[in-house]
Ligand binder design. Structure first.
Ligand SMILES: [Zn+2]
Length: 398
C-alpha cells in the first residue's frame, strides 16, 4: 500500500511534537504495517484553518491522482481540528479511495462521525442534483422560447447575443442552400467540399470544409426551422433557411447512400484479416477505414478490443505499412528452395482437404468411365440395341 505523510506544526501548544518527531513516528508505523511512503506534505507554523494550509490542500488535490491509498498522520488533530472540515476532507479522500490513518491513535469511527459524514454526503448529492435540475429547467425554458442553449452556431446563422436567438446570416445562408441543392442534384459530398475549398470558403472557425461538416449539416433540422432540445420540439423556433421539400429530397438521397461507404470499405482487401493479433491484449486486429480532414481515405488495422470494448489502448496501425512489413518478413523466411517445396506440398494437401468439388467430380467421372466400359463390353458381346446406343451417347456427352 502506498501512503503519504501529512505533518503539521503549530507553535500554539507547548506539547507539540516536532515535525521531525511526527515524521519519524509515521515512518516507523508505515514500516510495521507494510506501507510504502511515496510522499510527504508538511505545513509549518501555520494555523489550524485548512484554508491556510497550502500543503494540506496540495495533498487533497493529489489524492485524485491515484498515487496513494493512505494519508498517514501522527495524530488525527494534525489532519483537522474542525469536525466539519475533517468530515468534509475525509469525504473527498474517501471518494478518491484514500483513507486517513493515525500513527498514534486507534481510530474508531464514532457514530457521530458516521452520521456527519453521511449527512455531508447526502447534502453534496442533494446540492448537485438540485443544481442540475435547475440547469435543465433553465435550458428547457430557453428552448420553449426558442433561445439558443449554448453549443455551436450552425453555418448560415448568427447568434443574436442579446436575445440569445439564432438569426439568419445573409453572407453564409446562401452557401447552406447551395450545399443542399447540389447534393439533391446528385453531387457527392466530397465534390461539394472540394468545390467550396477551391473557392477559398471557410467554416465558422476559419477552417477548410470537410466531409463530416457537410454530412451533419445536411441532417440539421434547424435549417427547416425546427428547434429541438431533448423532448422539446418547436416548429418555426428558428428561422428556416432551406425549403422543406429540398430538405426532404436530401434526406431521401442520404438514406439511399447510407450503405455506399460500407461497400467501398468492403472493396478494400485486408490481407491480414484473422492473422493479425494485438500485442497488448491478444485479440484479433480488424480492418478499418476512415476519412481524414482532407477527405482522403485511410486504412488501418485496429485491435477489436480497442474498437468495440474500448478496454485496450493499442493504437490502430496503418494497413499498407503493416502489410508490407509482414510480406517482407514472410518473403525473407520462405525464399529458399527447400522451404518453397515444403510450402507447395502443404498447399496441395490443404487444397485436397478444402476442395469438396474436385473429389466429387472425380468419383462421378470414375462412375461414368465404368458405365462406358460396361456398355463397350456389351457391344463386344453383340448385345446392342437402340437403347444402349442412346445411353452411350448420353454418357459420352457428360
Ligand atoms: Zn488489444
Amino acid at each position: 500500500m502506498n501512503a503519504v505523510i501529512y505533518a503539521r506544526y503549530s507553535s500554539d501548544s507547548q506539547r507539540e511534537e516536532s515535525i521531525e518527531g511526527q515524521l519519524r513516528e509515521c515512518r516507523e508505523y508505515a514500516e510495521r504495517n507494510n506501507m510504502t511512503i511515496v510522499g510527504t506534505y508538511i505545513d509549518r507554523a501555520l494555523s489550524a484553518k485548512t484554508a491556510d494550509r497550502p500543503e494540506f490542500q496540495h495533498m487533497i488535490k493529489d489524492s485524485a491522482k491515484e498515487l496513494f491509498e493512505i494519508v498517514l498522520v501522527w495524530k488525527l488533530d494534525r489532519f483537522s481540528r474542525d469536525r466539519y472540515d475533517s468530515a468534509h476532507y475525509k469525504h473527498i479522500l474517501k471518494k478518491n479511495g484514500v483513507k486517513v490513518i493515525s500513527a498514534k491513535e486507534h481510530i474508531s469511527e464514532g457514530p457521530d462521525g458516521i452520521i456527519l459524514e453521511a449527512m455531508l454526503e447526502g447534502y453534496a448529492e442533494f446540492y448537485s442534483a438540485e443544481l442540475s435540475e435547475k440547469i435543465h429547467r433553465g435550458q428547457k425554458e430557453n428552448a420553449l422560447k426558442g433561445k439558443n442553449n449554448g453549443g455551436g452556431v450552425p453555418l448560415g446563422y448568427l447568434l443574436d447575443k442579446k436575445a440569445q436567438k439564432l438569426v439568419i446570416d445573409p453572407t453564409t445562408a446562401p452557401l447552406v442552400v447551395e450545399v443542399f441543392e447540389k447534393y439533391a442534384d446528385g453531387k457527392s459530398v466530397r465534390s461539394i467540399v472540394e468545390d467550396f475549398n477551391a473557392r477559398g470558403l471557410k467554416t465558422k472557425r476559419g477552417q477548410p470544409f470537410n466531409i463530416n461538416s457537410f454530412s451533419s449539416l445536411l441532417k440539421n433540422r434547424k435549417y427547416i426551422g425546427e428547434y429541438r432540445y431533448q423532448d422539446v420540439v418547436i416548429e418555426g423556433g428558428v428561422p428556416a433557411i432551406v425549403p422543406e421539400d429540398l430538405f426532404n429530397r436530401v434526406q431521401e438521397r442520404m438514406e439511399k447512400n447510407r450503405h455506399a461507404p460500407a461497400m467501398a470499405k468492403a472493396k478494400e482487401d485486408y490481407l491480414l484479416t484473422t492473422k493479425l493479433f494485438c500485442g497488448k491484449c491478444e485479440r484479433m486486429m480488424v480492418g478499418e477505414s476512415g476519412t481524414s480532414h482532407t477527405g482522403a481515405m485511410h486504412y488501418y488495422y485496429k485491435c477489436s478490443g480497442a474498437k468495440r470494448l474500448k478496454d485496450c489502448d493499442k493504437k490502430a496501425v496503418r494497413k499498407d505499412w503493416i502489410e508490407r512489413v509482414v510480406v517482407r518478413l514472410t518473403m525473407q523466411r520462405v525464399m529458399d528452395e527447400e522451404k518453397i517445396n515444403r510450402l507447395i506440398d502443404a498447399i496441395l494437401v490443404m487444397q485436397e482437404q478444402e476442395d469438396t468439388t474436385t473429389p466429387a467430380l472425380r468419383s462421378q467421372l470414375a462412375e461414368i468411365e465404368s458405365s462406358i466400359g460396361n456398355i463397350l463390353k456389351a457391344i463386344e458381346q453383340g448385345i446392342f440395341t437402340p437403347s444402349t446406343k442412346q445411353r452411350l451417347d448420353e454418357l459420352e456427352a457428360r
